[in-house]
Structure formats: C-alpha cells, structure tokens
Design a binder for this molecule. Structure first.
Ligand code: AMP
Ligand code: MG
Length: 463
C-alpha cells in the first residue's frame, strides 16, 4: 500500500497522458489529487510492487525490485491496457536501504522528459502527474518529496527475467515469459520457438530505441539491465541528458566515473544488455545457438536505423557511396568545434544546395570556419547529386530535427521555481516540449545555447 503524502499539492499534469487513459486533466487534479498522491487507493485497485534483479554498471547486483514504485492497476485504452504506477509513494518490500520516496527535482525531470520523448516520437513510458509535498527527504541535502504517476503497458524489465534465471526458478521464468508474450507480443505465440522470437523482437526494439536516442542526442545515464523495458521503451529517467556541445565521449551521469554509459557507449551497452536478457532466456529457448542468432540481429538493426535516421536528419533521400565519409567528417567537425548538437541539425535545414547564402546561422556554431565551409560544400554537392529541392528538404528536416529539447538548464530553471512553489515554468516548458519540431517564435529563447552557469550543473544517481 502507498504511504500517504502529507498535504499534497499539484505540481504538473500532462493533459495528453490524461486523455490517453480517458481522463479529463482538470477533473483529475480537482477530484483525484488524493489518488495521484497515493493517499487514496481507487476502488478495485490491488497495489503491488514487483521484484526484479539486474546488472548495475556491468556487475550482477542481485535482487532490486520496485523500491519506490507501486502499481495501481491498469486502465483500458484504444491501444490496449495501460498500467498506472506511483513512483515515490513510500516503502515497499523492495526498498532495501532506501526511503521509498522521490524528490521533487527528479520527479519533475522524469515528468518532463517522459512527455518530451513521447513528443519526439521515441518509445517511452509516459508521465501523468507530479504531486508535491513539503515533507522533507534526505539526499545530499534535504529536499522535498513528490509522487509521479507514470504509465506504460508494462514495467517489466530485462532484470525481471534475470531475477528468476539467477534463482534457477525456471517455472516462474516461464510464467513471466508466457505472460509477456501473451499480453504484449501475441503474434509470437505461433512461432516455432516463441522465446527465441521474443528475444529477437526485444533485441530489435532495443536496437531501434538506442538508434533513436543517438539521433536526438539523448543519453539515458543509467542503462542498467533493471532499467531496460521489455517493450523497448525508454524507462526510468534519472541522470539523463541531451547532448549540447558535441562530445561523443560525454558522460551525463556524474556518478558514472568510468563513462560506461557515455553517448558513444550507449549502442554497445544496449547490445550488452540484450545479451544479459538472452542469457536469462537460454533455459526457455533451449539452444545457445538459437539464442545467439536472435541476439545477432542487434548490430544490423542498429546500423540500419542509425543510417536511416541520419539520412533523414541531413535531408538525404538516397543512400550513396561516400555518405559514411560525409557523416564521419560531420561528426569530426562537431566534436572538434564543440558545436551544439540540436542547433546544428536544426540550422542545417537552412543550407541551400546552390549557394552559401543560408549558411551563416549554422556557420556561427563553428570556430573552424574553413573546416565548416569545406564540409558544407561537400554537403551541397551531395544534395545536388540527388536533385534535392531546398524548400521540400527544409520542411522534411524540420520534421525530424527538433528545435526544442529538454536541456538540463531548462529543467533546472523549472525546478528552481517549483521549489519555491511556482509551477508555471514546468507547465510552460511542457507545452514547448510537446511541440519540439514547431517554430514557436514566442519561445525562441528555449532553443538557445545553454548559459554559462549551466556548465556547472551536475546530475547524479541521487533522486
Ligand atoms: P534506479 O537506479 O533509480 O533505477 O534504482 C535502482 C534500484 O534502487 C531500484 O530497485 C529502485 O527501486 C531502488 N531505489 C532507488 N531509489 C530508492 C528509494 N529512494 N527508496 C527505495 N528504493 C530506491
Ligand atoms: Mg530503475
């Protein structure tokens, strides 16, 4: 059962998430605040916390489980049942040394990023609400508590499977796999080996997901196997970040000293995580060779997806010899010039195939102007090679290269105000991030380079 949150107040609500479960957002806040806070359990709900284990930073960590998440139940929707989960609603049987709470800061970050990722078209769990309280919570300093209600068809993780595998409990392992197949992958039931087919499909989805992360510069920060969704959705937002000044080795999580989850490492770690899932499924698949085969789809799917996404980002319709070199040179320039990832791709659409007239805003992002000019000329040549039409290409590129992403400093500014009970910035930021591809002239400053103070921001596992 959730632990009541003293004197709860609404911090944020996602109208689009509310509508997804057929709820009216205003009514939900007015009449349902006690439910959103975990202070009232809806009729017919049977709260539960789930056990799982996992590999944390590459090391087997043993049992973890929902230490501060409690499932309320599910709601039928047009796209199937959606589960609702409180995060931060107090102690559970799996809280271990933790207090079962989440702080306002990390709750706002999870809320905003879930909804921002959804708007970017990237598979993710959703966030319905954030409810705050003045109750103190001890982290590095004393902060205040909040409860997020998040939503997903399921919160089953790779670590849920690892749990029963490492316990040598094949019966429960099979029950879990059958449940996941039956409910979320029904088409796989008729495959000759449904468990191998499940592994292959999850591996494909994971490869695609991480290709999508790379394409918008999203870094998860804690890609432990207990944070990997069996549906291939982005799950468990903690010390995530969006790439700003491009550095492939960037580590967004201050706790990740070794850079295991750096931007450049994410694709490999995604594969590693699928490997951990694969190992747990071997007893059900019944053949190491078949397991390996299912796992082997990762690189091909990842490579093809990244290729497709990058072509779209550059507005290229065809795949040609030499494209790889053009892309490599581009990333080399971004790296050497610390150019802002989001602004670079957004401004790239202004480049014209027949003249340098539209280059200036993009060129401004580079210190090495000559290097930029040389690359831009190659890019132009490549555009002409496929008879690219400027206006059409620009429109297409602006539909895939977001103008607005959840930069750390934007989240921090909203958090600072919220900590003083002003929630208007959370709401405004949400509305901007819900339309990441649109020009929003009144919100131009949300697309700006981070201010100097942002360089000092650190996000860690503490949440
Ligand atoms: P995370 O790194 O946030 O995905 O969490 C790893 C594990 O620690 C999960 O089992 C969480 O449920 C648990 N955990 C994190 N924070 C808390 C907390 N404040 N209280 C209880 N368990 C927690
Ligand atoms: Mg987690």
């Amino acid at each position: 059962m959730p632990t009541p949150l003293p004197a709860p107040y609404p911090v944020a609500i996602s109208a689009s998430a509310a509508r997804l479960i057929g709820a009216d957002p205003a009514a939900l806040v007015a009449d349902g605040l006690d439910v959103l806070a975990g202070n009232r359990v809806p009729d017919r709900a049977e709260p539960l916390s789930a056990v799982y284990s996992g590999h944390q930073f590459g090391v087997w960590a043993g049992q973890l489980g929902d230490g501060r998440a409690i499932l309320l139940g599910d709601v039928p929707t047009d796209t199937g049942p959606i589960e609702l989960q409180w995060k931060g609603a107090g102690l559970t049987p799996y809280s271990r040394m933790g207090d079962g709470r989440a702080v306002l800061r990390s709750s706002i970050r999870e809320f905003l990023c879930s909804e921002a990722m959804h708007a970017l078209g990237i598979p993710t769990t959703r966030a319905l609400s954030v409810v705050g309280s003045d109750q103190g919570v001890i982290r590095e300093t004393i902060e205040t508590a909040a409860v997020v209600v998040r939503m997903a068809p399921t919160f089953v993780r790779f670590g849920s499977f690892e749990h029963w595998f490492y316990r040598n409990d094949e019966t429960r392992l099979r029950i879990l796999a059958d449940y996941v197949i039956e409910r979320f992958y029904p088409d796989l039931r008729n495959e000759e080996n449904p468990y191998a087919a499940l592994l292959e499909e999850v591996t494909r989805r994971t490869a695609r997901l991480i290709a999508q992360w790379q394409s918008v510069g999203f870094m998860h920060g804690v890609m432990n196997t207990d944070n990997m969704s069996i549906l291939g959705q982005t799950l468990d937002y903690g010390p995530f970040g969006f790439m700003e000044a491009f550095n492939a080795q960037h580590i967004c999580n201050h706790t990740d000293q070794g850079g295991r989850y750096s931007y450049a490492m994410q694709p490999q770690i995604g594969h590693w995580n699928c490997y951990a899932l694969a190992q747990a499924l071997v007893p059900l698949i019944g053949s190491v060779e078949q397991t390996q085969e299912a796992l082997d789809v990762y690189q091909g799917v990842f490579g093809a997806t990244v290729d497709e996404l990058l072509h779209a980002k550059l507005g290229l319709q065809e795949n040609r010899d030499g494209d790889r070199a053009l892309l490599d040179e581009m990333f080399g320039l971004l790296q050497a010039n610390h150019a802002d990832f989001t602004l670079f791709f957004r401004r790239l659409s202004g480049v014209r195939s027949g003249s340098t007239d539209g280059d200036e805003p993009l060129r401004d992002l580079f210190i090495d102007r000559a290097g930029f000019d040389a690359w831009a000329n190659k890019y132009r040549e490549r555009l002409r090679a496929e008879n690219s039409v400027d206006a059409a290409r620009q429109a297409a590129m602006n539909g895939v290269n977001p103008k607005y992403v959840l930069r750390n400093y934007l989240a921090q500014a909203a958090i600072d105000k919220a900590q003083h009970k002003d929630f208007s910035e959370v709401e405004r930021l949400l509305s901007v991030l819900e339309r990441p591809f649109d020009e929003q002239p009144e919100h131009e400053h949300y697309a700006a380079l981070p201010p100097d103070w942002a360089a000092g921001l650190e996000v860690s596992c503490s949440s």
